[in-house]
Design a binder for this molecule. Sequence first.
Ligand code: UDP
Ligand code: MG
Length: 152
Amino acid sequence: MNRERTLVLVKPGAVQRELIGEIITRFERKGIKIVGLKMLQMTEELINEHYAHLRDQPFFTDLKRSMMATPVVAIALEGYDIVKRVRTLTGATNPREAAPGTIRGDYSVSIRNNVVHASGTIEEALDELQRFFTEDEMFTYRRLNVMDYADE
Ligand code: UDP
Ligand code: MG
């Protein structure tokens, strides 16, 4: 078990549907620790880096437009095996295939607007966190009821 950090983005489709609170609540209710939180407008440059692996895909232009439609909310989460656990909570890329109970499974039917981004691997998470947060925008702190949190 490794103590890690990962990045979640509340995508514009979810911001437009007023789901920011719902999504943050999913992680809080599960007991996952939030160590960074901010709203920002994604730029073309940032999207080119963030979705570099999709640059040659036919849907890239549409994806770009949808990712810039409103600001996004970036969330840094911390805990043991958090990258994998957050991907599990997020669900499959295609919301039609995402299991009920996952964020994508519960809130979306559209692959373009699949509500959230979550880092796919530990390496991706390290890269992405650096891209979206400065060191002093992520925090180290302890929660109350520490005994309840296996993550601490
Ligand atoms: N995407 C899309 N059409 C596709 C595949 C992906 O619009 O056919 C979008 C979708 O929003 C997805 C994002 O591109 O979340 C990044 O794709 P990736 O394969 O990295 O999936 P993820 O890691 O988000 O599950
Ligand atoms: Mg991905």
